[in-house]
Design a protein around this ligand. Structure first.
Ligand code: ADP
Ligand code: MG
Length: 321
């Protein structure tokens, strides 16, 4: 390696993000020391991106830096937590300084936008692999969880569904891809403000990483309930809507992953407030169904009839079939 591990840390990580007052000790010691505000709980989440599995080996490093952090911040958003600190474990084949510079530019830009400080990590040599752990705070007992959905809740989502899946299809097929669709795959925006706004109003929430059917299925399973979805209500971008019509099937918005929108359930009397809170957010809020007693997720077509089930979301260890 041209640089030693310590030179890399000094150059690329040490002052990558803006300092926060609640960081008593950041990068440079064996642990970071962080002050959790009184009356708050710590929300922690970790995600790994593996080259060749989660991204193409030649992916734009700046977009990758953004995405590695974004997928973790999205988990905090789903809990209604406010992001605060992050750690970064990087395994790199070589100390490619240009790559690192661009990766950290993408990472730090998103971190600074949400006042998140990089407070530690690990740097090793090996096949390219990126692990980020995000830490957030949430008032005691107030976190949005998967197990709180109640029969009669309305089901809402932020933004639109299936854009990342369509972008991935086009990339894999070597087809042209416009900038905004590419950004939906490579640079998702974690819905942090939406999560915090939903916190006092929603009964449950999850972020959509594996596809709506699979992720809403997690809410249902954990809450011991089921869901009825109205296909005609799914929020679709023009590009995805065109594909759904052409293909006469809904797998893009239902089962493709990587959208990083929020899906949540809200008691009917709080829906108007939720609409107000989310009106100022990109993509707003769309009501797509209702929580029912019968377990499972059922999709209803425009004709009001139960629609044929579609296969679930992406699972890493599912046997190929
Ligand atoms: P240790 O040997 O105690 O694990 P290291 O020598 O690996 O510590 O790291 C030295 C310091 O640099 C630590 O504070 C660690 O958190 C930080 N660090 C190492 N790699 C990264 C990274 N990729 N991002 C942020 N901080 C890092
Ligand atoms: Mg140590």
């Amino acid at each position: 390696m041209a640089c030693t591990e310590f030179e890399l840390i000094e150059r690329f990580f040490n002052a990558a993000t803006r300092p926060r007052e609640d960081v008593l000790l950041g990068i440079g010691d064996d642990c970071a020391l962080l002050r959790v505000p009184a009356g708050c709980e710590l929300a922690v989440s970790i995600d790994t991106l593996v080259s060749g599995v989660h991204f193409f080996a030649d992916a734009d490093p700046q977009a990758l830096g953004h995405k590695a952090l974004a997928v973790n911040l999205s988990d905090l958003a789903a809990m209604g937590a406010e992001p605060a600190w992050v750690t970064l474990a990087l395994t790199l084949p070589t100390a490619d300084e240009l790559w690192l510079e661009r990766f950290m530019a993408g990472f730090a830009a998103l971190a600074d936008r949400h006042q998140v400080q990089l407070v530690g990590g690990d740097t090793t040599r090996g096949p390219l692999c990126i692990t980020v752990q995000a830490h957030g705070v949430v008032p005691q007992g107030a976190a949005l969880r998967r197990d709180g959905a109640r029969v009669g809740d309305r089901i809402g989502v932020t933004g639109s569904l299936g854009d990342a899946g369509l972008a991935l299809e086009r990339l894999c097929a070597g087809e042209p891809l416009d900038r905004s669709l590419r950004a939906r795959l490579e640079q998702p925006e974690p819905r942090l403000a939406a999560g915090i706004g939903l916190r006092p109003l929603a009964n449950s929430a999850i972020d959509l990483s594996d596809g709506l059917l699979a992720d809403l299925g997690h809410i249902c399973q954990r809450s011991g309930v089921g869901a009825r979805l109205e296909l005609a209500r799914l929020p679709l971008s023009e590009a995805v809507e065109k594909q759904v019509k052409m293909r006469c099937e809904w797998s893009l918005p239902l089962t493709s992953g990587d959208d990083y929108e929020l899906c949540f359930s809200v008691p009917p009397q709080c829906c108007a407030q939720v609409e107000e809170v989310l009106a100022g957010e990109v993509g707003g809020c769309t009501w797509i169904g209702v929580i029912e007693e019968d377990q499972g997720v059922r999709c209803y077509g425009t004709d009001g009839r139960l629609s044929r089930a579609v296969q679930g979301g992406y699972q890493h260890f599912r046997d190929a079939d």
